[in-house]
Design a protein around this ligand. Structure first.
Ligand code: FES
Length: 122
């Protein structure tokens, strides 16, 4: 995650959502205030871990979900942008196929505590 995203996080005390609201291997969408702006986040759960990125595709800046919180996952485990089909691996958020290949989603640091997902403090 880049320093500017990390330093701009305004971490509140309220959780983004409960871990149980995300299926294992699935996605959820949450709203958060980052740097004073309301942003949509993609949350991806893998067991007890959650990774998050801004819900902004590096191709044309569109949301990746086809409806709020409804993200596409390919058979080979890639997150697929609903707008034009860019595919992202889910460790780093790198685009591995499609119109923005070589670019990446912007990571947002989150942590899981007491079964809740929080923005990571600075
Ligand atoms: S905006 Fe995501 S592939 Fe075009």
């Amino acid at each position: 995650m880049s320093e500017d995203v990390r330093s701009s996080l305004k971490a509140g005390a309220a959780p983004l959502l409960a871990l149980a609201e995300i299926a294992d291997g699935g996605f959820a969408e949450a709203e958060a205030v980052l740097g004073g702006d309301a942003e949509s986040l993609i949350l991806y759960r893998e067991g007890d871990a959650v990774r998050a990125w801004l819900n902004v595709c590096p191709h044309a800046g569109r949301r990746l979900d086809w409806a709020p919180g409804q993200f596409l996952k390919s058979k080979d485990g890639l997150l697929v942008c609903a707008a034009h089909g860019a595919s992202f691996e889910l460790l780093r958020g790198d685009c591995v196929a499609g119109p923005c290949r070589g670019e990446s989603l912007r990571a947002v640091s989150v942590r899981v505590s007491d079964g809740q997902v929080f923005l990571e403090q600075g």
